[in-house]
Design a protein. Structure first.
Length: 137
């Protein structure tokens, strides 16, 4: 299992990515909402096309992930950083997701997406945000 921080923004992720690239002398990989595959009836919300859907860079061998959140999920202090837990198999990911959601709140049920065989997000009963995944970029 790999653990990475996932930092969320309210539309200023691009500014943050450029800032961190300069501060850490790194180059980030960037995907925008408009770059999402058109399959599976995925609809890009109007006004979010150029926002960053996912960005990441390596820092001392660790992955830092960033994204702009859609307007229906506004970012505020407390929900702006999640823990990304990437698993090697579906059974382990499902088991962790089921355990973490007990007493918590599911944001996105564990499901197949265009970026992962299995992805879900939730807030556990202690208020900690988790992204559970297999094979995220």
């Amino acid at each position: 299992m790999k653990i990475s921080p996932y930092i969320s923004f309210n539309g200023n992720c691009e500014e943050a990515v450029f800032f961190y690239e300069k501060a850490f002398n790194v180059k980030a990989e960037i995907s925008r909402y408009k770059d999402a595959p058109k399959e599976n009836d995925y609809q890009v919300q109007e006004g979010t096309e150029n926002l960053i859907m996912h960005a990441q860079f390596e820092l001392n061998g660790e992955t830092i992930m960033l994204a702009d959140m859609p307007p229906e999920y506004p970012v505020k202090n407390g929900n702006n950083i999640a823990i990304m837990a990437e698993f090697n198999n579906t059974e382990t990911a499902k088991s962790a997701f089921e355990a973490l959601k007990e007493g918590g709140e599911v944001i996105m049920e564990l499901q197949e997406t265009f970026w992962s065989k299995c992805f879900g997000s939730l807030i556990d009963k202690f208020g900690i945000y988790w992204n559970i995944s297999i094979g995220c970029p």
